[in-house]
Design a protein around this ligand. Sequence first.
Ligand code: HEC
Length: 183
Amino acid sequence: MKNFINLIVAAMLSTALLIVSAKADERELIEMPDDVRVKFLTQMRGMLESVDGMLLALSEGDYDQVSKIADIELGFKHRKWQKMIDDGSSEDEVQAKINAMREELAKPKKGYKKKKNSKSMSRFMPANARAMGRQMHLAASKLSVAAQNTEENPDTAKFQELLAGVQEITAVCTACHSVYKVR
Ligand code: HEC
């Protein structure tokens, strides 16, 4: 009887081990100093707030706000735009600069280039993670343009286009989260 119980316990243990190893976290570790990681995760939580804000604005039919959040919080050079606003630039001034940047980016062979030896946390990022970051900025920029081109009371197709635009952004969030972790 005792042997039988031992056998059952052993079987249960090995099943538990199997389940644990099936769920093992095999994501690639991005190493960064503690203070950078805190900043990184704070920014991440800010990005979730941005997505939340865009969904709220969509639900309220405020497409201008969708565009602003996409550009100023999730788009290319978003820190620069945020700083301009903090330093007192008007929203129109900032939007004009963003539109000019978009035109530059749309020109062939003039893609967005990350500065080398940047002091920002991106220097801790593997190239693939940086590429996903760019992908997210690109999706945000596309959504911003779509939101700017949305009239009041859009039809279902237009609204679906905007929702799909938000999902294009969250698809990048989840893709990166499934590949990387920080500790
Ligand atoms: C370039 C890769 C990348 C992209 C793109 C990305 N994240 Fe993250 N995010 C991470 C990593 C890595 C972590 C840490 C995960 C871990 O260690 O388990 C993280 C963590 C988070 C966290 C947890 C923060 C905390 O305090 O623990 C939130 C929330 C988050 N991300 C939201 C988002 C949202 C929303 C988006 C898209 C708008 C996004 N992330 C896009 C890489 C990314």
